[in-house]
Design a protein around this ligand. Structure first.
Ligand code: OGA
Ligand code: NI
Length: 383
């Protein structure tokens, strides 16, 4: 009798016959990945299967191993909202920690950042409520149209052949100062408004600290207006019946300037460091910050936009049972048509520009058309 190895026959995902139809049917349900899970699927649809060369592109270093490397944790206490009284020593120390983290990891966790715990908890709870509400109610928000400021969707790259991700997202995009807060879904409106207000203050502080870490005036990045807009993406990662075959988010770097992320205690976020996947563990009360592609470009490669990914949520283990919830707040420029290139003050004869100037719209358009295929968009802008 011929034995069919089910796993290996299910490993190929890219551009198979019938993919487009399967994707369309999935999208038409408007119920996202949670809809699939609720309908009781035991095998994930083929377009979610990530090829092994992407899945196993680096060994994993678990944070359970205490000798392992750890994403830097930076205590912002004493600098967020409180005037220094030590001649700036504390501030200089924090600036230096940010510089080292941005140059080596591209990631750091922040504690004592000034966002009240209740505000963070409320955002997580209300995000869960949004994703777990009645399907009919949630479907009203479903859209694959990226120009919609507020929308619910499942994976924004269904138009590409890149494997889909085991997650649903609620995107709230506020360009410039235009918060359009009245447009937010009722179930998470208050909580999001409060969180955005608070996280905006953290961004302001980081903008100063990152400027100083580059040896520039504190106001430099603020005046560059590169982080005037915000895009809050609240993710829901349902428990996956075959978590070893797919990912919650395929490895990618973030296309904007700065990301501030709030994650719950389920775990699964990993960052690529020295060619290893290192866990970014849940840290009570912390926010995660990471450098985006456009910051790598304006710092002429000094601050790194580092690849990261999220494992598909499992039913148990890894610190807690899924579903996993997180909220990423991306900061990007105002709508003004301004291109961004390496900052002149950072360039010299020995440090010539590595990248050409790019308007953020051009950057994100390329990023979206490429899809999350496991490769970076930055090389397209190399000189
Ligand atoms: C992202 C991202 C990580 C997470 O949205 O770009 O990397 O933990 N999210 O949800
Ligand atoms: Ni990301």
């Amino acid at each position: 009798m011929e034995v069919v190895d089910d796993k290996s026959s299910r490993t190929c995902c890219v551009d198979y016959d019938g993919r487009a139809k399967e994707v369309e049917e999935f999208s038409k349900t408007k119920a996202g990945v949670k809809g699939l899970v609720d309908s009781g699927v035991e095998k994930i649809p083929r377009f979610f299967i990530v090829p092994p060369e992407i899945l196993n592109n680096a060994p994993t270093k678990s944070s359970d191993d205490h000798t392992s490397l750890q994403v830097p944790v930076i205590d912002l206490g004493g600098v967020v909202g409180i005037l220094d009284d030590d001649g700036g020593r504390r501030r200089a120390e924090i600036v230096n920690q940010i510089r080292v983290a941005a140059e080596t990891w591209g990631f750091f966790q922040m504690v004592n950042h000034g966002v009240p715990k209740k505000v963070m908890e409320d955002l997580m709870t209300s995000t869960r409520k949004f994703h777990e509400q009645d399907r009919e109610e949630k479907m009203k928000w479903y859209s694959q149209d990226v120009s919609k400021p507020i929308r619910f969707y499942s994976y924004g790259f269904l138009h590409t052949s890149a494997p889909a991700n085991w997650r649903d997202s609620l995107a709230c995009n506020f360009q410039d100062s235009d918060l359009q807060l009245q447009l937010l879904p009722q179930v998470c409106k208050e909580e999001m408004i409060e969180y955005i207000k608070c996280v905006e203050r953290v961004k302001e502080k980081l903008s100063e600290l990152v400027s100083e870490a580059l040896g520039l005036r504190s106001e430099y990045l603020r005046e560059l207006e590169c982080m005037k807009s915000r895009y809050l993406l609240s993710h829901y990662y349902p428990v996956c019946p075959e978590p070893e075959l797919t990912l919650g988010v395929t490895n990618h770097s973030d296309p904007y300037f700065l990301t501030i992320l709030l994650q719950d205690n389920v775990g699964g976020l990993q960052v690529l460091h020295h060619n290893r996947w290192v866990d970014v563990p849940y840290l009570d009360g912390a926010l995660v910050a990471n450098i985006g592609d456009l910051t790598q470009i304006i710092t002429n490669g000094r601050f790194k936009s580092v690849e990261h990914r999220v494992l598909a949520a499992r039913g148990g283990g890894r610190g807690g049972a899924g579903p996993r919830i997180s909220a990423a707040c991306f900061f990007y420029p105002s709508s003004a048509m301004k291109p961004y290139g390496p900052i002149k003050e950072l360039l010299s004869e020995t440090n010539p520009p590595l990248y050409r100037e790019v308007h953020y719209k051009e950057y994100t358009t390329l990023y979206v058309s490429k899809g999350l295929d496991g490769s970076s968009a930055i090389p397209y802008f190399h000189l």
